[in-house]
Design a protein around this ligand. Structure first.
Ligand code: FES
Length: 172
């Protein structure tokens, strides 16, 4: 074996180690991210309403008021429409699915809040009318379609039924 072969072999070995370290970092990052999402006492993200808290049971409460989001046994969530003013969003849990509910200019929309890339929770940006993933810059339009960044798929849409002063969300 020539000295050139030995150098190539050493260089290749070094590259593989570097890739291994980078890959491990990605796995650790994803694991930490996943576990941090395990904090199921979901506070409203996109917390444009500011005064919302939603718990594991999908029970949101306005400070000092009655619950505004209640989860039924079948996993559906009922929310008082007026608890999501136009342009704002909340996150509630429907079963074990974090759902982001937005009161957009063209009505209520609800999506599984987990980004289709690596599962970070997206936030609603009312100025750009987009869902933005804080982890790697994924952008989705108000219909949940990917418009920028690494997500390979759109956000998963949830079913919304509006009845009187309430909206009912179900994960499809
Ligand atoms: S998790 Fe990577 S863009 Fe959302």
């Amino acid at each position: 074996m020539s000295a050139g072969d030995e150098n190539r072999r050493r260089f290749l070995g070094w590259c593989l180690k570097a890739l291994g370290i980078a890959g491990s970092g990605g796995i650790i990052y994803s694991a930490v991210n996943f576990l941090s999402r395990g904090d199921l006492s979901m506070k409203a993200v996109g917390a444009n309403t500011g005064d919302w808290e939603a718990g594991l049971a999908g029970r949101g409460t306005h400070k000092g008021g009655e619950p505004s989001a209640v989860q039924a046994e079948d996993g559906t969530v009922e929310i008082k429409s007026d608890s999501i003013p136009s342009g704002t969003s909340i996150v509630v849990s429907a079963g074990f699915t974090p759902v982001i509910v937005v009161h957009a200019s063209n009505g209520f929309k609800a999506f599984d809040a987990k980004c289709a890339h690596l599962g970070c929770l997206v936030k609603w940006d009312s100025e750009s009318n987009q869902f933005i993933c804080p982890c790697h810059g994924g952008h989705y339009n108000s219909e949940g379609q990917v418009i920028a960044g690494p997500p390979p798929l759109p956000l998963k849409k949830c079913k919304i039924t509006e009845t009187g002063d309430k909206i009912k969300i179900s994960v499809i």
